[in-house]
Design a protein around this ligand. Sequence first.
Ligand code: GLU
Length: 449
Amino acid sequence: MSALEPKLQSIYELVLQRNPGETEFHQAVREVLDSLGPVMAKHAAYTDARVIERICEPERQIIFRVPWVDDNGRIEIHRGFRVEFNSALGPYKGGLRFHPSVYLGIVKFLGFEQIFKNALTGLPIGGGKGGSDFDPKGRSDGEVMRFCQSFMTELYRHIGEYTDVPAGDVGVGGREIGYLFGQYKRITNRYESGVLTGKGVGWGGSLVRTEATGYGTVYFVDEMLRTRGGSLDGKRVLVSGSGNVAIYAIEKVHELGGTVVACSDSGGYVVEEKGIDVELLKEVKEVRRGRMTDYADARGSGANHVAGGRIWEVPCDVALPSATQNEIEEADARRLVDHGCVAVAEGANMPTTPAATQIFAEAGVLFGPGKAANAGGVATSALEMQQNASRDSWTFDYTQDRLAEIMKGIHERCAATADEYDVPGNYVVGANAAAFVQVADAMLALGVV
Ligand code: GLU
């Protein structure tokens, strides 16, 4: 990463000083600031209005106690968060993450990214994020339900279809959204479908929402490959992770003629030259809530489980990091480049470290940053909100076409903005600059609020 211009550097230092210890948040801010030099030079009004300083300060941050009783009758206490970051474009929108690593710095990095990601979708949604340090892994359904009910007993007063609309993220899927929605409905006595997205299709959810993040990431990488006359057809692909994003990325890669030869979890990765069996993976992860070792056991001799290994050591043409933040480090990026990887698209949020991103840029690897590449999930959440508002439900094909169109639009917008700032093919600058300008213009129009 190059040095920031003096004005941006002083803003960054203020962010460091005001948010001590929140390293992931610092990283997310630094990455956006890195793209903004030419944008600020072009739009003098942003400096006078102190738009960047305002964007870096969340509109509201809520931290609350989440007490609940486990299956053994023991009282557990977790911490809940909701950071309502920016509502210039619409109600705060973004997921909830339940994972032991969650603290304010993680929620703020995710919320900050979400502002720009949501702007890129072209749909009227602001940015927010929330979650808890609760770990659903190994918990019974009853425990997860009681946790979700306690979490919502505080959260309900802060959300609403015109205010703030949470959804899922790591550790929060259909089961959790169901329990959260049930408690919201009970407390408020309102069947307010638009207050949460990622709902079940039988009770206000949208078709394609489950698949949307993974599918969208694959549409995006396919668009990138097409700029160089290629496509996913016949490509060897790595997809890290094995959760919701990874599963549906694998499914769509296979549909488009590529082969996903490996996927992973925190315990290691599985390589399978013939391609990962996505139906089995769904069964193991979504029904049995199992691990990659369970997948490998069920698969038998065709699949090789490498305990503790790094998936990026497997040769590939295309890499889709879809697990978690900072999972591709400098050495991983070098290895991917050495093995001939031509494209990387981030299915997860900020999975590539700044040093690794730099290596991809220098090697001319097509690189789709998460706020563009994985925006299909939240975009389809916005489509779910549209369906809820009109008390309608759309078909799978219609919704999938809308998603594909949105991803194509995001790709075009990033590419055109990169051209505008004389860095053709740089999707990082394209995404950051396009999204920032949209949010900044709205903030100028709305005054100092
Ligand atoms: N958590 C997802 C994301 O990172 C989806 C958020 C949503 O659907 O609101 O974009």
